[in-house]
Design a protein around this ligand. Structure first.
Ligand code: AMP
Ligand code: MG
Length: 476
């Protein structure tokens, strides 16, 4: 850990972007978990990470030489409504360090105490919620869906008040960049165009170096095209995996197109277009079937924050067409892969949509259905419900256009359709045990979701939906 080079490039930029702030240590800190996979991205192993020095650094007892922690300010649209000064009230950026692949990663502490932007809140992160974010980042990354990830998780004796008393945690997370749509919205809303431009150039220099070869007046449009493309692709990944973020506010959207701020998320079990894991989303703005449109809405909000930097104040229609096209292309590509289709047929989107209707009627488990489908053989669809049997007849016809032998198709499908997803009942079990200081279940589930395609002996419980009586519904 102490061999890593630390820089904080924010410190060379406008003081409007951030304030220096030191983490406030928790009492009795300890490592809940060190993420070997994420550590490797920094050229470390879990032992290098789990040291006393690292613990003291991440808990804010003793920063490493060169670290000058900051909190950055951002705004954002929450549930469609703009809040001009929203965050970052509970994330402290330690700085950037070099990854094993030569890329720079920004390391951030979530829950390390008050910052100048904490408003009336406490700057703390309850252990249960931090565990959820920790596991979800890993589960998504393993499914090939871009996500911010955590390097490690610290627990403590410090008690904090939520609905009930809980212990506080610090999540040490890493991303190529933690800059959100809301960072730009903040300066746009305040009409601070020089700061907006400076932030933009900062981001281009660090994260979009390919644009530096182009004329500077082209940067804003090219940047928006890239971010919109990444966002559309991200949401296509969520939809195909049956994942719902739960809080798609613009401040939870990154420029890198990585999933960020995993709170009340959920993986769908029974297929339901109205699935919403967030009980405080009364209007169901962020339910499953709304996510693609909300992604577009958020991109529009980002584009609006750039109007003063674009050659014309009107947002080009081509940008929003780009969102739809990219989304549809990536979604269809992902669904074809889930169905084991290598060729393309113009009716494939209809085949997907008719499957979703049949799944909704049958109440089948989404992930379970696709996993089982790899085993499907013509004439063996009898265990399925009537709507799915009808669909399987169409699927069988469609398969006749494929050239690959069934065995090969099955192997391919098993590499894209996970056996293990982060189901709510599994997370609940992890949280219950963690509250009592037992992290064995966390460890077990983490291993499964980090390697979700490999069926493990004796682990059938982890691939099944909530209730035992639902198991028979897996096949519809
Ligand atoms: P979220 O809904 O968790 O994405 O949070 C929205 C904003 O509120 C973020 O900028 C957070 O930094 C801030 N926030 C959320 N919870 C807390 C907290 N416990 N203390 C301080 N700020 C918080
Ligand atoms: Mg957030």
């Amino acid at each position: 850990m102490n061999t890593l080079p630390w820089t904080n490039l924010w410190l060379q930029r406008s003081p409007s972007f951030y304030q220096r702030v030191d983490p406030t240590p928790l009492a009795g800190p300890y490592f809940v978990h060190c993420n070997e996979q994420a550590a490797r991205l920094l050229g470390l192993n879990a032992e290098d990470l789990g040291t006393e020095t690292a613990l003291r650094c991440f808990n804010g007892d003793e920063p490493l030489p060169g670290m000058q922690p900051i909190a950055t300010v951002y705004a954002g649209h929450q549930f469609g409504i703009f809040t001009s000064r929203l965050g970052d009230g509970r994330a402290i950026t330690l700085g950037g360090t070099l990854g094993a692949n030569g890329e720079t990663y920004e390391i951030q502490l979530k829950g390390a105490g008050l910052t100048p932007y904490s408003r009336t809140l406490d700057g703390r992160y309850p252990l249960g919620a931090a565990i959820r974010e920790y596991l979800a980042g890993e589960a998504l990354a393993a499914l090939g869906i871009p996500s911010t990830r955590a390097l490690c998780l610290l627990g403590s004796r410090t008690e904090i008040r939520r609905d009930r008393s809980e212990t506080a945690a610090i999540l040490v997370r890493m991303a190529r960049s933690h800059v959100r749509f809301g960072h730009f919205e903040y300066f746009h809303h305040r009409d601070e165009i020089d700061d907006l431009r400076e932030l933009f150039v900062f981001v281009i220099e660090q994260h979009f170096p390919e644009l530096l070869d182009e004329a500077a007046e082209k940067w804003p449009l090219r940047f928006l095209e890239t971010v919109i493309g990444r966002t559309a692709r991200l949401i296509a990944g969520w939809q195909s995996a049956g994942f719902v973020h739960g809080v798609m506010n613009t401040d939870n959207m990154t420029l890198s197109g990585e999933t960020l701020d995993l709170g009340p998320f959920g993986f769908m079990e029974t297929y339901d277009p109205g699935f919403s894991p967030n009980p405080s989303d009364d209007q169901r703005r962020y339910q499953y079937d709304q996510q693609p449109d909300i992604g577009r809405w958020n991109c529009l909000a980002l584009a609006q924050a750039f109007t003063s930097l674009l050659p014309s104040p009107t947002i080009p229609a081509s940008l929003l067409r780009l969102y739809r096209q990219t989304y549809q292309q990536h979604y269809l590509q992902a669904m074809r892969a889930k169905l084991g289709l290598q060729t393309q047929h113009p009716d494939d989107i209809d085949l997907v949509n008719s499957l979703l209707s049949a799944l909704a009627l049958s109440g089948a488990d989404y992930a379970g259905f696709f996993r089982e489908l790899a085993r499907f053989e013509p004439g063996r669809g009898l265990t399925y419900s009537a709507p799915l049997r009808n669909w399987l007849a169409c699927y069988q016809d469609r398969l006749s256009l494929e050239k690959a032998p069934p065995n090969e198709r099955r192997d391919r499908m098993n590499r894209v359709n996970p056996c293990y997803v982060l189901r709510a009942h599994l997370l609940y079990q992890v949280e219950q045990k963690a509250e009592k200081g037992d992290f064995t279940e966390l460890e077990r589930l983490l291993k499964l979701v980090q390697n979700p395609y490999e069926e493990q002996p004796g682990m059938a419980f982890y691939s099944q939906p909530q209730q035992q009586d639902n198991i028979s519904r897996r096949l519809g």
